[in-house]
Design a protein around this ligand. Structure first.
Ligand code: A3P
Ligand code: MG
Ligand code: MG
Length: 306
């Protein structure tokens, strides 16, 4: 975990610096699935409640990555990228792991050189603003290694669903008196400078939705954004408190709403399987996430989840 080091009022961070000679890039062809989370669960069984001991009692409904949940949250507003999620049940816990879509694979293969370089920019910004420990300063002359990351593990609830998920955290507050995790965590972002009303509107509609969904889930209270010019130089840095993001966008007509995201995600996790048999045919099933086929009454669910 690194420490956030506030830049001075007039930054000039060249995000292109070091791309050619000081960049160790994670091998994206390696699909790690849920492996790191599963290892974490095994290593921390004693810390977790009885469910993770080898007994037939479970109080986590879903295990997944934060990033997968972010995708679920933003689905009601997503018009460009689809997803594939594989779900498997083991001892009454559902494990959700993403599968690469054909479109995502093609996109990965056809990335332009410019796009490849721009992916580096976000990590380079982290290097300009993060120190290795409380008393040191950021080292922009160092190597950017995207194999390195700190992940937090969160147990929380979304409506009736008990979730255990893990997500990467960029850095934390330097102040030793800062509140404990996740309140001391900071998410770093970069974005293109906003020069026109159209750009501002797009930023509110698309970027802030993604930023909110990502940080809201693990309770990261601050998103710190570096705004860069076309040449990849960060010229301003601005803080977005996660809890205020949904108010910021209210001036935007027909904009996204946090409740729509959360209701969608919650409904998704409550899917009903409808099995069907017609004589002389195979048994088939369909999956429904509307309430039409839901049959567990509220009084039952409430009693068992309180
Ligand atoms: P930015 O989001 O500032 O562009 P994160 O912000 O989630 O911690 O991710 C860190 C950086 O990883 C991003 O910084 C971006 O540079 C890169 N990155 C993450 N996901 C990406 C994706 N799907 N496509 C391209 N770059 C990505
Ligand atoms: Mg990150
Ligand atoms: Mg980040």
């Amino acid at each position: 975990m690194r420490y956030y080091s506030e830049p001075d009022g007039n930054p000039h961070f060249d995000l292109k610096d070091g791309y050619k000679d000081r960049y160790i890039k994670r091998d994206e062809s390696v699909k790690e699935k849920l492996d790191h989370i599963l290892r974490w669960i095994l290593a921390n069984r004693s810390k977790l409640s009885s469910k993770w001991r080898p007994q037939p009692h479970h109080d986590v409904d879903f295990v997944t990555w934060r990033g997968h949940l972010t995708k679920l949250l933003t689905t009601p507003y997503e018009t460009r990228e689809g997803w594939l999620l594989a779900v498997t049940r083991f001892r009454n816990t559902l494990y959700i792991s993403e599968v690469e879509t054909e479109a995502a694979r093609r996109e990965l293969e056809n990335r332009t050189e410019r796009h490849q370089e721009m992916m580096y920019w976000g990590y380079k910004f982290e290097q300009y603003t993060c120190a290795d420990n409380v008393h040191s300063s950021p080292d922009p002359g160092g190597v950017v290694n995207t194999n390195e990351a700190f992940c937090t593990v969160v147990q929380t609830r979304l409506a009736d669903h008990r979730l255990l998920f893990s997500g990467e955290v960029d850095c934390r507050d330097k102040d030793p008196n800062a509140p404990g995790p996740p309140a001391c965590y900071v998410e770093l972002k970069t974005s293109a400078e906003i020069c026109t009303p159209k750009q501002r509107s797009n930023f509110h509609r698309f970027k802030l939705l993604k930023w909110w969904a990502q940080s809201f889930l693990p309770g990261v209270p601050r998103v710190i954004a570096g705004f860069r010019d076309h040449d990849g130089v960060v010229v301003t840095v601005e803080t977005f408190p996660t809890s205020k993001i949904s108010h910021l966008i209210k001036s935007e007509p027909n904009c996204w709403k946090p409740t729509v995201c959360m209701n969608f995600c919650s409904d998704f996790l409550t899917v009903v399987y409808l099995f069907s048999y017609e004589p002389h045919r195979d048994v088939t099933y369909s999956v429904h996430r509307d309430s039409q086929y839901s049959f567990l009454p509220h009084w039952y669910v409430r009693e068992l989840t309180s």
